[in-house]
Write a protein that binds this ligand. Structure first.
Ligand code: HEC
Length: 244
């Protein structure tokens, strides 16, 4: 069902996560509510208090769809793995819902802005800042800086660069800097499967835990990751990550 949705997006040319752009609505509205709230309080402007309240209303309405697409992205891009930023984001998002409901009910009764409302707006702001931070950690935290090794390069710089991008998109969430955030004792950098490209390819097509049982690592079949792209990722791992 979820995969079907992402397939449709891909056919119309959209291949990015959907959560990140969606977050701008609740986050932007919370920032707006806080700014309008402060200005309304300083200048005693009742109509700006109402503007702040409308911002909170929109933030509240946008929260649920934002969380839903966030969970979908998590399933699709991170295979539902319990990464640390996810563990932080889920309770923060739940807390934000409570705060926004509070902010909504407080603001509704006030004609001028109350201190109470301002404090709740500020808490919402802190909350979305933390949510944004962990979102950033998830999307960019594990990225290795591209470091192109020159003399040993078997492929062109352009291939390595493509490999870097592919790695960041498909592997680095669980294998930041060639490590392994889920099973720390099995870093990718030193994995025995890197011995040849064929061994590597066979592994990522159907990954198994060391004891042969199923593992959290999602399989990458040919329609998800072509052999050519797998090759680029492989070159990036052995030429850049292994060296670092
Ligand atoms: C959702 C998280 C996740 C993603 C995404 C992921 N992996 Fe993994 N990977 C794991 C886990 C967990 C293991 C440990 C497997 C086990 O249970 O033994 C692992 C193990 C590996 C190993 C073997 C390590 C060893 O020593 O046994 C290789 C090689 C590997 N991954 C490559 C990749 C590549 C290449 C990608 C991107 C195309 C990728 N992984 C994407 C979670 C992930």
């Amino acid at each position: 069902m979820i995969e079907f949705f992402y397939k449709i997006l891909t056919t119309i040319g959209y291949t990015h996560p959907i959560h990140a752009p969606t977050t701008h609505i609740p986050v932007g509205m919370v920032i707006g509510a806080f700014i309008f709230g402060i200005v309304s309080w300083i200048f005693r402007k009742e109509n700006l208090a109402r503007t702040a309240h409308h911002c909170i209303t929109l933030a509240l309405l946008a929260l649920l769809p934002t969380v839903v697409v966030g969970i979908m992205d998590w399933q699709h891009y991170y295979a539902g793995a319990w990464l640390f930023p996810i563990k932080m984001k889920l309770p923060l998002a739940s807390l934000l819902l409570i705060l926004l409901v509070f902010a909504f009910s407080v603001g509704y009764r006030a004609t001028t802005i109350s201190k109470q409302a301002l404090i709740i707006y500020a808490l919402c702001l802190l909350n979305v800042t933390a949510l944004g931070y962990f979102g950033g950690e998830l999307a960019y935290g594990g990225r290795a800086p591209a470091k192109l090794s020159d003399t040993t390069a078997l492929t062109t710089d352009a291939d390595i660069e493509a490999g870097t991008t592919l790695y960041n998109q498909t592997c680095s969430a669980c294998h930041p800097n060639g490590g392994n955030s889920i099973k720390q004792n099995l870093p990718l950098k030193t994995a025995p499967q890197l011995v040849t490209f064929d061994t590597f390819l066979a592994y990522i097509r159907s990954p198994k835990a060391r004891d042969g049982s199923t593992t959290i690592m999602p399989p990458f079949p040919a329609d998800k990751l072509s052999e050519e792209n797998a090759q680029k990722i492989y070159q990036y791992i052995v030429q850049v990550l292994k060296e670092s």
